[in-house]
Design a protein around this ligand. Structure first.
Ligand code: UD1
Length: 423
C-alpha cells in the first residue's frame, strides 16, 4: 500500500487549481440512469470514489467513455443489470445513490446495504422510508435492499434528520414519479443544488433546491445533457488549512467562494487574511499568529463535518484553547490519537474535542483511518518539525485528486512511496 512521506516546516506559496466536487460527481453520475440519452459530464475529479462509481455503472451495462481530461460520456440505454454488489458498496457507501434512479426508471433495484463505517453507523433508513412513501416495496434480505415499484408516485416526505445522499436519492427518484413530491427538511448542501441543476437541464421540474423544502413535479422521461460539476469546497478548505498552518500565502483557482462562507469566516476568525474573486480564493498567513477557533459542525449552511478534522489539526498548531464539537456523525474523531502521537494536546469529552494549542508538532509514523481524518494528518505533517510517514493513504485518494502533486506545486516536501507488491 502506498505511503506519503512528508517533511514538514515549509510555508506554502504559489497557486493551485481545485478539482470538481466529489460529492456532486457521484450523484450526477448516478443520475445518468434516469435517461436513455447520453450525458456529458465535465470537471469530474479523478478520484477513487469516482472510479468505483464508473465501475458500478459499467457493470450494470452502461456505456462509459472517459477522456484524459476526465470528461465523462455516459449512456444507460444498454443497461442489463439493476444490481449493486456488496464488494463495491462496502468500499463506497454512496453507491446507494443508484437505488432511487433505478427504481424510478426501471421499477427494480437490488443494492447491497452499506455497513457501518469508520465515522459511525450511517444508516440508510430515511432513503428507504422516502422511497416507500413513494410506493416502493422494499425488503432487506441477506444484506441486500431489494426494491420494486410499478411507477413511483409523488409523496410528502419529511426527513427526520437532514441527510445529503438521502435527499439526493429521493430527488432523483421523484423526477420520474407520477405527480408531485415535496421533500421537507431537505439537505441544502451546494452539491444537492448542483444535482438539481443537472436534473433541471435534463428536463426535470424542480423548485426549492438549496432551501429546506424541495418540490418536484414528476415527468415521464428525461433527456441527456452536458453538465459541468461545481468546484470541491472541501478540497478548497483543506488546501486553505494547509496554507494557514504552514504560515504561507497561496491562491486557489477554479473554486467558488460563494459556497465557502462558513469555512472562510472561520479562517478569518483565526487571523488569516482572505481575498476572493469570482472563481478564486487567496489566503495569507505569512505575517501573523494563528488563533484557535471553536467549531460546531452542522448541515449546510453550517460548518461542514467534512472540514472538522482539518480544523482540529489547525487548532493544534494555533494559539489558545479551543472546542471542536461534532454534531453530524457520532464517531468522527479517529484522527485524535494520531495527532497526539505528533505531540498535539487534545482530549475527547463526549462529542467535543478540547485542544490546547501548541506551536510545534513533531513528525511521526501515522496511519490514515478515513478520508477527512487522513487529510488532517497530512496537514499536521506539513506544519510539523521533521518527517512524517502516513500509511494507508488509499483513504486520501478516495477524495483528493493527486494531493501530493498539488501540495508539491505549492512548495511542500511531500512524496508518494509506492507500497511493496505482495507476491
Ligand atoms: C454526505 C457526504 C459526506 C458528508 C455527509 C454530511 C456524499 C457522497 N457524502 O454523506 O461527505 O460527510 O453528507 O455532510 O455526499 N442518517 C440517518 N438515516 C439515513 C441517512 C442519514 O440517520 O437514512 C444520519 C447519519 O447517520 C448522519 C446524518 O444523518 O448522522 C447525516 O448523514 P448524511 O447526510 O446522510 O451523510 P451522507 O449522505 O452519507
Amino acid at each position: 500500500m502506498d505511503k506519503l512521506l512528508i517533511e514538514g516546516g515549509v510555508a506554502l506559496h504559489g497557486e493551485v487549481t481545485i478539482s470538481g466536487a466529489k460529492n456532486s460527481a457521484l450523484p450526477i453520475l448516478a443520475s445518468s440512469l434516469l435517461s436513455d440519452e447520453t450525458m456529458e459530464i465535465a470537471n469530474v475529479p479523478h478520484l477513487h470514489d469516482v472510479t468505483t462509481t464508473i465501475e458500478l455503472l459499467g457493470r450494470m451495462g452502461l456505456s462509459i467513455v472517459v477522456d484524459e481530461k476526465m470528461n465523462v460520456e455516459i449512456n444507460s440505454s444498454g443497461i442489463s443489470s439493476f444490481f449493486a454488489p456488496y464488494e463495491l458498496v462496502k468500499t463506497m457507501r454512496s453507491s446507494i445513490l443508484v437505488l432511487g434512479p433505478l427504481l424510478a426508471r426501471y421499477g427494480v433495484a437490488e443494492v447491497s446495504l452499506p455497513g457501518g463505517c469508520a465515522i459511525g453507523a450511517r444508516p440508510v433508513n430515511l432513503h428507504l422510508q422516502g422511497l416507500k412513501a413513494m410506493g416502493a416495496e422494499i425488503k432487506v434480505e441477506g444484506g441486500y435492499i431489494k426494491a420494486k415499484a410499478k411507477r413511483l408516485r409523488g409523496a410528502e416526505i419529511n426527513l427526520d434528520v437532514v441527510t445529503v445522499t438521502g435527499t439526493e436519492n429521493l430527488l432523483m427518484a421523484a423526477t420520474l414519479a407520477d405527480g408531485q413530491t415535496k421533500i421537507h427538511n431537505a439537505a441544502r448542501e451546494p452539491e444537492v443544488v448542483d444535482l438539481a441543476n443537472c436534473l433541471i437541464k435534463m428536463g426535470a421540474i424542480i423548485e426549492g433546491a438549496g432551501t429546506d423544502t424541495i418540490t418536484i413535479e414528476g415527468v415521464s422521461d428525461l433527456k441527456g445533457t452536458s453538465y459541468q460539476i461545481l468546484p470541491d469546497r472541501i478540497e478548497t478548505g483543506t488546501f486553505l488549512a494547509a496554507i494557514a498552518m504552514t504560515r504561507g500565502k497561496a491562491k486557489l483557482k477554479k473554486t467558488n467562494p460563494d459556497i465557502l462562507d462558513a469555512i472562510l469566516s472561520k479562517f478569518k476568525e483565526a487571523g488569516c487574511r482572505i481575498a476572493t474573486g469570482s472563481d478564486w480564493v487567496e489566503l495569507d498567513m505569512s505575517n501573523g499568529d494563528l488563533n484557535a477557533v471553536n467549531i460546531r459542525t452542522a448541515p449546510y449552511p453550517g460548518f461542514p463535518t467534512d472540514m472538522q478534522a482539518q480544523f482540529t489539526a489547525l487548532n493544534c498548531v494555533s494559539n489558545g484553547t479551543s472546542f471542536v464539537t461534532e454534531s453530524v456523525f457520532e464517531n468522527r474523531f479517529m484522527h485524535i490519537l494520531e495527532l497526539q502521537r505528533m505531540g498535539a494536546i487534545l482530549k475527547l469529552e463526549g462529542n467535543t474535542v478540547i485542544i490546547e494549542g501548541k506551536n510545534r508538532l513533531t513528525g511521526a509514523p501515522l496511519m490514515a483511518t478515513d478520508l477527512r481524518a487522513s487529510a488532517s494528518l497530512v496537514l499536521a505533517a506539513l506544519a510539523a518539525d521533521g518527517t512524517t510517514e502516513v500509511e494507508r493513504i488509499y483513504h486520501i485518494d478516495r477524495g483528493y485528486e493527486t494531493i501530493e502533486e498539488k501540495l508539491s506545486k505549492l512548495g511542500a516536501r511531500i512524496r508518494r512511496m509506492p507500497g511493496r507488491i505482495k507476491s
